[in-house]
Design a protein around this ligand. Structure first.
Ligand SMILES: [Fe+2]
Length: 215
């Protein structure tokens, strides 16, 4: 009897936790909806490849949020909006992220989103990444480049053809997609996830929206 009561109590705790997390994720007022964020993105970014990069980052961030029971809305929006100012700042690492902060602050977007977006360019802005959320955005946005470059090697250029092993193999090949920082991808370990698991999660997330990504 005592054992049954213990089990019942554990199940109730699990259900309560699940309910809280689900509610938090669906009812979060981040200051901007996903539709509004997408409209904003299309206003500031005319390059379809950049928009696809942001959408790919979003889907990986949402998957990571589910994995770590974090807020999927907040993590997804940070992925979607992280390069909003890219066509304004370009490669200027001293301002990338700062312009996004100005645009989103005017719209009263949640400060934690502005902060994590700046931290994905911590190197350029003289900041430091210390939280799982910050490591997540950095490794997620970076691995999208390696995954896309790997898909393009295949004759059909489809994400469906890519295996996780192909990505980890190319991760070690320095001359392949040279511009993709392996160091930034390896921040998955600081987030608490081994590289192989991160590759599988990211690839599966992107494969789930392959049509939208045109791959
Ligand atoms: Fe990016």
């Amino acid at each position: 009897m005592a054992y049954s009561l213990q089990l019942l109590s554990l199940n109730l705790q699990t259900l309560t936790l699940y309910y809280r997390r689900t509610r938090m994720s669906t009812n979060t007022d981040a200051g901007i909806t996903r539709d509004q964020a997408m409209t904003l993105l299309e206003t500031y970014l005319q390059n379809p490849r950049l928009i696809s990069h942001c959408v790919a980052t979003e889907v990986i961030m949402r998957s990571l949020a589910r994995k770590y029971a974090e807020n999927e809305t907040v993590w997804g929006l940070s992925g979607l909006l992280h390069d909003l100012d890219y066509q304004i700042t370009g490669e200027d690492s001293a301002t990338h992220g700062i312009e996004t902060e100005k645009i989103l602050a005017e719209k009263n977007v949640m400060p934690i989103i502005l902060d994590v977006i700046k931290k994905h360019n911590a190197e350029g802005l003289g900041l430091e990444r210390t939280t799982r959320f910050e490591y997540a955005l950095t490794c997620a946005e970076t691995i999208t480049g390696l995954i896309v470059a790997t898909a393009l090697v295949y004759p059909d250029k489809k994400l469906a053809s890519v295996k996780p092993k192909s990505i980890t193999k190319r991760m070690k090949t320095k001359h392949f997609a040279r511009a993709v920082s392996r160091e930034r991808i390896m921040e998955c370990e600081k987030m608490g996830m081994p590289l192989n698991d991160f590759v599988v999660l990211s690839l599966e997330a992107m494969q789930g929206i392959a049509d939208e990504l045109g791959l």
